[in-house]
Design a binder for this molecule. Structure first.
Ligand code: CAA
Ligand code: NAI
Length: 243
């Protein structure tokens, strides 16, 4: 039990990688709050995962909604040990065609959402003199990706925020790290044109996409005491796609 009785908030945990993380954290003894705006999926997965899972509907892009999330968790269990900033969206388009809305929506969720959640959770971790923040970057943020001006910008920014928070929060006993997944089998990649996805798969030395559990295992490692001296790091979990 690597997370025995630890309290974790995982954003975007109603689907995909976040859901796999909720499942994995519960297997290791954690109490998990599934923070997602997808009400139907959120309720369904919380029911499936059992008494250690609670769904709270949230829009990470909305400060008031995040405040409410954190207040509810504190009211129910009194502390927050782990925050996984996993919620994310894509609005892919070539630069020449990308609309202001497509650009802004992705910034609001993938970047401002991470800022909101971390800023609201941090006072509770500072008071406890401990905590783990895990952010989600991407292969697209590290290397760039055709059609993802908005998304790549946010995922590169995550690396900078992670390092900054490591410098600000380390002395408060808080560990901050990120995971940069490669192309992973979730609804997010299902929206990609099949030929482009096939091309991406073919350049992965492991010759397969990641599974949500591959990424969840990296979150688990960074959330556990085993990673207590890993700090400000972005762990690439991508089958070495760009090596
Ligand atoms: N590499 C090189 N060239 C590419 C390319 C690629 N990956 N993708 C598109 N192109 C080229 C096309 O061949 C085309 O070239 P020509 O003009 O010479 O014909 C040109 O770019 C325009 O492409 P489209 O005709 O497809 O343009 P479109 O406007 O219809 O669609 C798009 C553009 C929406 C970006 C579409 O190509 C697309 O969805 N691409 C996939 C983007 C992608 O990889 N998204 C990742 C989603 S998963 C995720 O985000 C998770 C993560 O973190 C990795
Ligand atoms: P997904 O689309 O399967 O799940 C994303 C979840 O986030 C959904 O449950 C959705 O409802 C939730 N969400 C979206 N906007 C929200 C908001 N405003 N507030 C609260 N919840 C919101 O996506 P996936 O693939 O599981 O992605 C998880 C994270 O991993 C994202 O940050 C994504 O950018 C990142 N990532 C994914 C990769 C992939 O190939 N699937 C690769 C690299 C990074």
């Amino acid at each position: 039990m690597r997370l025995n009785n630890k309290v974790a908030i995982i954003t975007g945990a109603a689907n995909g990688i976040g859901y796999a993380a909720a499942e994995r954290f519960i297997e290791e003894g954690a109490v998990v709050f599934i923070a997602d705006y997808d009400n139907d999926a959120g309720n369904a997965v919380a029911q499936h995962l059992g008494e250690k899972a609670t769904f709270i509907q949230v829009d990470v892009a909305n400060r008031e909604s995040v405040k409410q999330l954190v207040a509810t968790v504190i009211e129910q269990v009194g502390c927050i040990d782990i925050l996984v900033n996993n919620a994310g969206i894509t609005r892919d388009a070539m630069l020449t065609k990308m609309t202001e809305d497509q650009f802004q929506q992705v910034l609001d969720v993938n970047l401002t959402g991470v800022f909101h959640c971390t800023q609201e959770v941090i006072p509770h971790m500072v008071a406890a003199k401990s905590g783990k923040i895990i952010n989600t970057s991407s292969v697209s943020g590290v290397y760039g990706n055709v059609g993802q001006t908005n998304y790549a910008a946010t995922k590169a920014a995550i690396v900078g925020m992670t390092k900054t928070w490591a410098k600000e929060l380390g002395r408060k006993g808080i560990n901050v790290n990120a995971v940069a997944p490669g192309f992973t089998e979730t609804d997010m990649v299902k929206k990609m044109p099949e030929n482009i996805l096939a091309q991406m798969r073919s350049i992965v030395p492991l010759q397969r996409l990641g599974t949500p559990r591959d990424i969840a295992n990296a979150y688990l490692f960074l959330a556990s005491d085993e990673a207590s001296y890993v700090h400000g790091h972005t762990l690439h979990v991508d089958g070495a796609i760009m090596m």
